[in-house]
Write a protein that binds this ligand. Structure first.
Ligand code: SAM
Length: 325
């Protein structure tokens, strides 16, 4: 851990500590998925995206490889300059195809990727201008809405927001509704949202994506305990926690837990000890799956007009284009 930190890093570290303690002292226990993504977490997520079982990346990649021209045409129909704001941009391996199309059409736009991972933003600012010379890019490192406020304040151009990778699925449905409503309130009439949803499908296929044979998803979940050890000096014994995923085909909720395999006590310096019962779960993440009916209903209920649905060839995934009504 660095000994000298900027004021912003110290605030982030204080928030990290506060959120981790809130989750571990709650009943039932939980940890926030946004904290998966430290340097190690980013690397593990890149491995997840390459797994055979993780169909989501290939499906959305197919949409952006084959239909970026149509998405670009829809985004630029008004023929006015715009800011393309990407929430949770990650390594932008899919959105780069859209950026390429927009550059080839010589459209006037700036790309503003937002991500909570400082590594991600550093990487994008370094690499994208080399891959797409002349791209106007400004990375924003922090939480979605805090950075969205910053991004929106940068210009009075119209906004196109990208929210891909089924990141919306990492929220419970009511939370996702509130998120979209809040997005709509940040935007103006005519602004656009391109939002990716993973669709309800064969439950076995869905479960396998979160329970891979090689144990990469398990390592990704356990890395958050390692991060707490590294950054807060805790003493989690990673060998006594096990990754567990389950999918409910009725609600569409796929949930991940870490299960304490025995009674145990974990210490975080400066805090009271945290006790775990045998087989006590720590809720880690939801990956909510949607039907087309639920997606259309969400657009209407949150103040958007659904303009178009872009599907991959198997109809596993959809990127919906919504317009602020
Ligand atoms: C599942 S990855 C998806 C990346 C990319 N959108 C894609 O489709 O490949 C989620 C990304 O969102 C970022 N993220 C998660 N929660 C966030 C939050 N609350 N605010 C900002 N970024 C967040 C993570 O750091 C990570 O890079």
């Amino acid at each position: 851990m660095d000994t000298i930190k900027s004021e912003e890093q110290v605030i982030t570290m204080t928030q990290f500590r506060k959120d981790i303690l809130t989750g571990l002292q709650a009943s039932p226990k939980f940890l926030q998925a946004k904290y998966f993504y430290d340097h190690q977490g980013d690397l593990l997520f890149q491995q997840i995206m390459k797994m055979d079982e993780y169909y989501l990346t290939d499906a959305e990649m197919g949409i952006f490889l084959n239909q970026s021209g149509d998405i670009a045409a829809m985004i630029s129909a008004e023929n006015t300059p715009f800011d393309l704001i990407e929430l949770g941009a990650g390594d932008a391996t899919k959105s780069i195809h859209l950026l390429q199309e927009l550059r080839e059409r010589e459209l006037e736009f700036s790309y503003l990727p937002i991500d909570i991972s400082a590594n991600v933003i550093r990487h994008l600012e370094e690499v994208l201008p080399l891959q797409l010379p002349g791209l106007a890019i400004k990375g924003l490192n922090g939480d979605y809405f805090k950075m969205l406020d910053k991004g929106i304040a940068l210009s009075n151009r119209r906004k196109v927001v990208l929210f891909m990778g089924a990141n919306i699925g990492n929220m419970h449905m009511e939370e996702a509704m509130a998120f979209c409503r809040s997005l709509k309130e940040h935007l103006s009439t005519g602004d656009m949202l391109v939002i990716g949803f993973d669709l309800k499908k064969d439950p076995k296929q869905i479960l396998a994506a979160y329970n891979d044979a090689q144990g990469i998803t398990a390592a990704f979940n356990l890395n958050l305990l390692s991060r707490i050890n590294r950054e807060l000096g805790a003493d989690f014994d990673l060998k006594s926690f096990e990754h567990y995923a389950c999918y409910d085909p009725e609600s569409g909720a796929c949930k991940s837990f870490l299960i304490s395999e025995k009674e145990q006590v974990v210490h975080i310096p400066g805090e009271s000890a945290i006790s775990f019962g045998a087989y006590e779960p720590v809720y880690m993440e939801i990956s909510q799956k949607y039907s087309l009916k639920e997606i259309e209903a969400m657009a209407r209920a949150t103040g958007f007009l659904s303009k178009h649905l872009f599907f991959d060839e198997h109809k596993y995934f959809v990127d919906a284009v919504w317009i602020v009504d």
